[in-house]
Structures are given as structure tokens and as C-alpha cells.
Design a protein around this ligand. Sequence first.
Ligand code: WT7
Length: 648
Amino acid sequence: MSYPFQVRSMEQYEKAYKASVDEPEAFWASVAENFKWRKKWNKVLEWNFTEPKIEWFKGGKLNITENCIDRHLETLGDKPAFIWEPNSPDDRVRVVTYNRLHKRVCQFAQVLKNNGVKKGDRVCIYMGMIPELAYAVLGCARIGAIHSVIFGGFSAQSIADRLDDAKAEYIVTCDGAFRGGKDIPLKSVIDDALIGNKTVKRVIVYTRTRTPVSMIKGRDVWWEDEMEYAETQVEKDGIVSFSAEEMDAEDPLFILYTSGSTGKPKGVVHTCAGYMIWTTYTFVNVFQYKPGDIHFCTADIGWITGHSYIVYGPLSAGATSVMFEGIPTWPDAGRFWDIVDKHKVDILYTAPTAIRSLMGFGLEPLKGKDLSSLKILGTVGEPINEEAWHWYDENVGKKKCPIVDTWWQTETGGTLISNLAGVTPAIPSWASLPLPGVQPLLVDENGKEVLPTPSENGKLIASGNLCIKFPWPGILRTTWGDHERCRQNYFAAYPNLYFTGDGALKDEKGNYRITGRVDDVLNVSGHRIGTAEVENAINMHAGVVESAVVGYPHDIKGQGIYAYVVFGPKHGDEDLTRKDILQTVSRVIGPIAKPDKVQFVPGLPKTRSGKIMRRILRKIAEGEISNLGDTTTLLDPAVVEEIKKGKI
Ligand code: WT7
């Protein structure tokens, strides 16, 4: 049986969906035929969610970079793989053709090899958004090294923790990165992260900002020197070659750290074949990609969105991917629109927080910008409110572009629930229907499925915790170095189900509306931050006795971080102390985790057994002071009154 790789009508969607449920192995085998394999798989799928054990295309051999690059060279060699837009609009745009990408990736793969990197070794990448970041990622994949990209907003301490967890021996970084009006001294952060580190053998440093850096003999080398030498090794008589490592379908491709409800981020592990198939399939179907389309995903490669929809998905589909070094509001709030106009972008994929922030600048920045190339718009990362949806639809898409609201997670590799552009209906603020292969359901606290029942407005609606009952190729396989943690986190809450951590509504047609996290994870500007992590960081400040962190609705960020802090014997200025606490969080996690509000409180509301009643703190932070529910089980109800009085 053969199924079309791209579904182009509602009817085809329904057929594909049904086939993916009725005969998943035949369905995915048919999809997998669209890729380049060194050796075909023995078994399409083996799984159980109890261990969990999930294996897709076991026995199959491939290299993802041959799928993302080599297989396109004959037909698309001179077409752009990347169009790179620099931070400053006055700097030179770089166009990286597939041929050029092939050469650079081969060269960098050779550099890694020359520096002792072998298949299975962990390489930590801490760079700005420049083409070299993509070369580094793909260079690792080419030799089978496991990359672990760390977003530039994380601190030295966070990097040190991740290096230690992954036992990484190699780092690729830059002297610095340009972001808006700022230069971020990346290498110097790495140097701090390496104080006391005993595993890292080599740091490869690319020059971007020409910030002075310390280069330690025997450990640190320059990217440029290494690449120049490697060029003589991989290029002979004008022909570039570096044979890719043959990988098993289930060999790890990368680790990406993400926050959960405990204090320590987990290393989500994705494997070669399943991830490749999932990112490509979802890219082509959700955005209804047509050959020649220019795709602009505004995320950072430090997050999963950038991995899947700037690098792997688009390249594997042979698309042109726009990579932007800067930020949407610098030098002015028209930057995205300039990029769309300049590069004739067809597909624009961004975050609700970016849309809301740009909305705040009004329509002026859009004036005179030709957005007529746009065909499809997308959002990701958090629920989109209707106001932002309509603004995007009217002012950016001019009511002509379908908007896809793509729901997914670091752990899912690619989109699980979304409308397919122009193929299945878009409903503002609803992610809508599951992709083929995805079998969601809503459950109550006891794991019992909840089905749509009549709601206040007469419509049939279900509300519950969002789970998935069958594996899709892009599901995480484990958390690095701790499989039990993976089981506990995702597969233990409800037997035989993957639990997403999100709450959702479902209507009678099977559409889903994601309402947000139901665990102690915050979504701040689309960045995932664990409350326990922020609390740990605050508690490291010498004067802090204890703290509790909750989220509250924030007009632009979606959620803001509200910290209640019990401080020891006070000394000095309260405002300065507050700044000291922010500085501590910046040091321990990174500037992205800084609380928006810090309230000093005499104590925290606790039950008699000592558990913090977060429900009450959340309500106060949300401003719902009059309706706090039952407080009689509190050890000291008076503390709630004090907290209410001091609310900021
Ligand atoms: C969490 C995952 C997916 C890549 C970026 C974030 C929230 C994501 C949506 C959406 C409502 C969404 C969920 C999810 N989320 N997309 N379209 N509508 N909520 O990846 O850092 O792993 O965060 O982001 O709460 O669990 P992440």
C-alpha cells in the first residue's frame, strides 16, 4: 500500500489519519520510502509505554545529513538551503546553497574528526544564530556525534550542569554573538562554565564579534584555522567528499535539555530515523510546503523549534530556510516585515509572544512593507489569544493566508496537533486536529478518558489532561543517562499513556484547544521554565530563607514569573535586595529565568504537613484576591492576609 507523502485535501487527511491508526506499520513504511536509506529496516515499530521502549525502523541504516543535503545535490545543488539575515540590516546577507552547505558540513565533520570526536561522543554547541551553527549541528550528525545545543540565554552554571550531565568532551562556540544592540560574550561564558570541569578536551571557537577572548593552549582552537586545514583534506580536484557515518535508525541524534517540574533540566534524546521522518513529514504537511517555497521560522536553533523547522525538517524537504541572527524589534519593530519583503518569504512561522509584542507597536512598522509573497502563517510555543490571531491574520496575512496553530513539545520532536494549511479548517486559538499517526485523548486525574459533554453554550466539550496513546516516529526515546526519569516523567502518571503535561479542551469533531501546562512548568515568552528551578536559584541568594514561584498572566510574555520570597534578617534597601535576587537567578540559570515580580513575604501559606499551597499564591499573583477558596487547612491563615496586603 502506498500513501501520499503530502495530503492535499480533507478527504486525503481523513484517509491518511485512518490508515495511520488502522495499519500504522504499513502507513509509516510507505512514508519512510521517501527517504534515502543505506539499508532498509527489519521492523517498522516495536514499543511499549511501560518501560518505555520505542523503536522505529529498527535495523535500518542511514545518515540524516545524506537526507538533508546529499540527496538534493543533483537537482538543487545551486539552490539556497539557507538565506542568512544578519543582526544588522546593514551587514551582508549570506546565501548558502546546498552545494556550499555540503562542502561546509563535510569540512566541519572533518574538523571534528581531526579533533578526536567519534561517533556517540557528546558535543555541546553554544553559538549565536549564524550559518556556522547549522554547520556544527550537521557536522556532528554527519559523523554520528551527539549534539547538544544550548541556547545563548543560559548562564555558565546552566552550561556546566549540562556538560556534566551529558559528560560532553567537546564544545563549539563563538567569541560572541550579536543580538539587537547587544554583544553577548559567549566564549567568556564558556570559560566560566569550564572552571573545574574535567571532561572537556577541546573548544572550537568561531569568530563573529571579534570580542577579545582567552584561548587556552591545548584546549581552545580557532574554527577558521581548523576549517582551512580540513578543506585540504575533504576537497580534491574540486570535488568535495566526506563519507557520512552509517547510523542505526535508533542511534541517538541529539540531546536537548528542557525544564520539567523538578529542579534539574532533563536531556531529551531524539534518534536518527524517527526524528528525521517526523520533522520532514510534519513540515511538508502542516505548512503544505511546495518546492521553491522560502520558509522563515523565527525561532532560535537553541530550542527544539529551530532544530526541527529551521534545520532538519526544511533541509530534508529540500526547502530554503531563512535564518535570522537578530531580534524582531531591532533596529525597529519592522524587522520581520523587512525580511519577508526582502527575501520574498512564503511561509512565516513565529511565536504568539512575538506577535503580541509587535502588535504593541501598532501598524506603523508594517507601512510600505510588501508582504504579498506570504502564503502561509504559523504559530508555536504557547496558546495564541484570539486578539493576536486576528491581528496576525488581518495585518500580516491580509486575510489571505491560512494560519496554522502548531501544538507540540521538545519531547515530541515535531508538531502533533495542528490544522494543515488550507487543507483542514483553522479555528482561532484551537490547535485543532491531530496529525496522522497521533492518537490523543483527554483524561481526568484518575486516568479515565473524558469525552465531550454539553457545555454552557450548548456545544459538546471535554476538558482534561492531554495524553497520547500510541507512539509516533518523533517521540522522545529516553532522557539522557536516566531512563527511569523518562518513565517517571512521561509514562507513569497514567498507565500506557504518554502524558504531555498540558491541559486541553476537545470538541465533538475531535478538535483540541490547548489551555496550558497543568504541572509546575511555566511558559514565559514561549520559553519553558520550571518553577522549582527558579526557586532553587532564588534560594541560593545568601539572605533568602525560602521562596515560592508561580506564573501569572502577562500581556506580552503569555506568562510572567512571580516570586514570593521569605528573606532573613533584613539589611539595606529592599529594591537593591530585589536586584541582587534577580542577579542571582541570572547567574544560576540565565537572564531568561529572571522573575518579573519579587514580593517579600513574612512566610508562605503551608498546610499542616508543610506543603506550600501554590493554588493560593497563584490566585494572588493573578489578582484574584477575593476568591481564594478554602484556607482553613492552613497552618497560619494570617500569613495570607499579609501576602495580600503586599501584592505587587
Ligand atoms: C509546551 C512545550 C513546541 C516547540 C516550542 C515549545 C506549549 C507549544 C503550543 C500551541 C498552546 C503550546 C505547551 C507545551 N505549547 N505549542 N500551539 N498552543 N500551547 O516547546 O519548550 O518543549 O514547550 O509549549 O504547553 O507543553 P517546549
